[in-house]
Design a protein around this ligand. Structure first.
Ligand SMILES: NC(=O)c1ccc[n+]([C@@H]2O[C@H](COP(=O)([O-])OP(=O)(O)OC[C@H]3O[C@@H](n4cnc5c(N)ncnc54)[C@H](OP(=O)(O)O)[C@@H]3O)[C@@H](O)[C@H]2O)c1
Length: 255
């Protein structure tokens, strides 16, 4: 169970090789994290992340195959991991991929895959894990959305619209969980541009930051039972302004 400071003893990470997730887990390992399941597609990469966590003192680190687009598997996986771990204090959802942009070059299959990876897949997994947490009567779902979800930009409209879908889904699930008073909460994390392997080789956006800074904000969010973490914090008020910019101007902003 999460302790009084919101720190988990057990965690499941969907997208277990994510650099942002790894930075969060490294911080939680210094607190009271004891049991972790890294769920993802690349076994070698998961094993490497697992070894890093063991070196940081996490006693029980496991890996499991997880493909966000394999929807039929999610409910079963959530139940299996709950039985294996005994209790799941934290489910960190970190799957995502930027994909290509430019409607001229995109294929329909690419668009569908991007929306599945960034929205449909994580959403389908979330309901299974939310049910498991509700049954145990406690736990936190923490989901990586993005500032890209605040207002969809032409520069990355496929990724941005998928994240907007996931963000809206999470807001609805947050409300449902709060209404049910099931002891389960959901925290939405909206980072701006972060230097990780996802953004490698890209020109940094304004307010670009590092994984470590995001991880600190996530841990603070867990400690304070935050419903929304925007990082860097300056992007919070900017997000409000972004929604107010007239369409004609928004369309012309540099990508
Ligand atoms: N970095 C940023 O600037 C930034 C900003 C805002 C939000 N975010 C969000 O933060 C989260 C973590 O991103 P990150 O920066 O840590 O990037 P990352 O290191 O590339 O992590 C993304 C993870 O998603 C996994 N993934 C992709 N498609 C998958 C699928 N179908 N099934 C299972 N796993 C899949 C990748 O695993 P594979 O190796 O199997 O592809 C990878 O481990 C993502 O949701 C991202 O959208 C990132």
């Amino acid at each position: 169970m999460n302790d009084t400071t919101g720190m988990p003893a057990s965690a499941v990470v969907l997208g277990g090789d994510s650099e942002l997730a790894a930075a969060v887990l490294a911080k939680l390992a210094k607190r009271r994290l004891e049991r972790v399941v890294l769920a993802g597609r690349n076994e070698e990469a998961l094993a490497r992340r697992g070894a890093e966590l063991s070196a940081l003192g996490v006693k029980d680190v496991r890996t499991v195959h997880f493909d966000a687009t394999d929807h039929e598997r999610h409910d079963g996986l959530a139940s299996e991991l709950a039985s294996e771990l005994g209790d799941i204090d934290l489910v960190l959802v970190a799957t995502g991929a930027l994909g290509r942009t430019g409607s001229d070059e995109l294929t329909g299959a690419e668009v569908a895959r991007s929306i599945d990876t960034n929205f449909t897949g994580p959403a389908a997994a979330l309901v299974g894990f939310a049910r498991v947490l509700r049954r145990q009567g406690h736990g936190t779902l923490a989901v990586f959305s993005s500032v890209a979800a605040v207002r969809v930009r032409r520069a990355n409209f496929v990724y941005g619209s998928a994240k907007a879908g996931l963000d809206g889904f999470c807001q609805g699930l947050q409300d449902e969980l709060a209404h049910a008073r099931a002891g389960v909460r959901l925290m939405i994390i909206r980072p701006g541009f972060v230097h990780t392997k996802m953004t490698a080789g890209m020109a940094p956006q304004p307010f670009a930051t590092e994984a470590d800074v995001v991880a600190d904000a996530v841990v603070r969010g867990l400690e304070t039972s935050a419903e929304l973490v925007v990082v860097p914090a300056a992007l919070g008020p900017l997000s409000v302004l972004m929604r107010l910019v007239p369409r004609a101007l928004w369309r012309r902003l540099p990508s």
